[in-house]
Design a protein around this ligand. Structure first.
Ligand code: ADP
Length: 399
């Protein structure tokens, strides 16, 4: 059985063809710079299959054209997507609003509802919808499933999901905390219970998803009780290019004094803030090169990042009361031992210790970075959103 997973962004499509049982990836790739002029020598589509990479160099005017090229590359690498082998297409959808909180079989009405939620996620949902429409046109016989980034946080307790603003205004405009990266937080938290050898219902845990976007969650017995992202993925931790939490008073202040309109402020906070806004780079490898060269702005960016992360770890320790595991995942969380060590430094009195040897071990598997005697397990667990989406889609079409 195979599932095609599609993650359609505003100018890109990432995809994987995989077996939802074993997780074996038959092919994967990405389409980039959709709707943009092409530069010489830089492929717009890269398709990896059986150790080979096929490339496409031409301009990709829109998502449908991108998917057509992808399907052509699948055919050239021996996979007939329109044939009988494809059980489902799983689509990552960023915002499910109040409407969608479990994997959902896609119909015309579902596509319309996802599109209507675009006001809550103007950068993401329209791109997701475009990807879904194109895939449905190209594969009309294959069931398509939407998996929502917000779903895992649907049941946040009222105190955690409510903003303290005029309740009537909030209700009229769908303003509440939704949370994102839910597929990753859910998948990783299940892996954690397995690694601990415990029933997920008995595990209290903190998951730190630290990639370009970053979020933390507090999970009690398999249910999220808090998370750092809110109405949009801008709230919470400091990220590659996003500010995370700021005083909301900064927004009217900028509008009044810096001559920025609302789109300019949105752009500032989403694309030119965070690590990039403070240091000039958003990639952690580049950030560490700058720090190693003595760059003071890069050092400050890192310190602000770690400070915010520790603030939330502290908050979630208190919210959960008893914590069994704290887990690092995603690009930075899985690869950067320094961030892990600094995030949990000096917390031995809370039962939290990181073993420097385990923490710096070159190991890609899910693993402990705390010593065996530590009361709280500190872990690294690689996330795999594609596999989680493929499994959710397969489960739904098998019912
Ligand atoms: P996205 O949110 O785009 O999915 P990722 O989870 O891929 O992001 O994380 C991207 C971040 O992870 C970048 O800051 C990058 O520097 C960092 N990263 C990825 N691989 C490594 C690595 N091998 N060593 C250190 N940092 C890494």
């Amino acid at each position: 059985m195979q599932v095609l997973v599609i993650n359609s962004g505003s100018s890109s499509i990432k995809y994987q063809l995989l077996d939802p049982m074993s997780g074996t990836v038959a092919a994967s790739g990405q389409v980039t710079r959709i709707g943009e002029p092409v530069a010489q020598g830089a492929p717009t589509v890269e398709h990896h299959s059986e150790g080979r990479t096929l490339e496409h160099d031409g301009a990709i005017p829109d998502h449908a054209a991108g998917l057509r090229v992808v399907f052509d590359l699948f055919a050239r690498s021996g996979h007939d997507l329109a044939g009988a082998g494809l059980a489902a297409v799983g689509h990552r959808v960023v915002h499910g609003g109040e409407v969608f909180y479990r994997p959902t079989l896609i119909t015309d009405a579902v596509v319309k509802s996802i599109d209507e939620l675009s006001s809550l996620a103007p950068l993401h949902n329209p791109a997701n919808v475009t990807g879904i429409r194109s895939a449905r046109e190209l594969l009309p016989e294959v069931p398509q499933v939407a998996v929502f980034d917000t779903a895992f946080f649907h049941g946040l307790p009222p105190a955690a999901k409510t903003y303290a603003i005029d309740a009537k205004v909030a209700a009229a405009h769908g303003i509440r905390r939704y949370g994102f990266h839910g597929t990753s937080h859910e998948y990783v938290s299940e892996q954690v219970a397995e690694l601990l050898g415990r029933d997920p219902a008995s595990v209290n845990q903190i998951v730190l998803h630290l990639g370009n976007g970053a979020s933390a969650s507090a999970i009690r017995g398999g249910r999220a009780i808090d998370t750092t992202m809110g109405l949009t993925p801008l709230e919470g931790l400091v990220m590659g290019t996003r500010s995370g939490d700021i005083d909301p008073g900064i927004i009217p202040h900028l509008a009044r004094t810096a001559g920025l309109d609302i789109d300019g402020i949105d752009e500032l906070l989403n694309r030119n803030s965070g690590i990039k806004g403070l240091s000039g780079v958003n990639d952690f490898r580049a950030l560490f090169e700058l720090i190693d060269s003595g760059d003071a702005a890069a050092r400050l960016a890192y310190d602000v990042y770690v400070h915010r992360l520790r603030r939330y770890i502290g908050a979630y320790l208190v919210e959960l009361g008893r914590v069994d595991a704290i887990t690092f995942t995603a690009g930075v969380g899985e690869n950067n031992a320094q961030v892990r060590a600094d995030a949990l430094a000096g917390l031995t009195r809370f039962g939290i210790t990181v073993d420097p040897v385990l923490n710096t071990a070159k190991d890609r598997a899910a693993r402990y970075i705390s010593p065996p005697e530590a009361e709280v397990a500190a872990l690294v667990v690689p996330t795999n959103e594609e596999l989680a989406i493929a499994r959710a889609a397969a489960r739904l079409v098998r019912q």
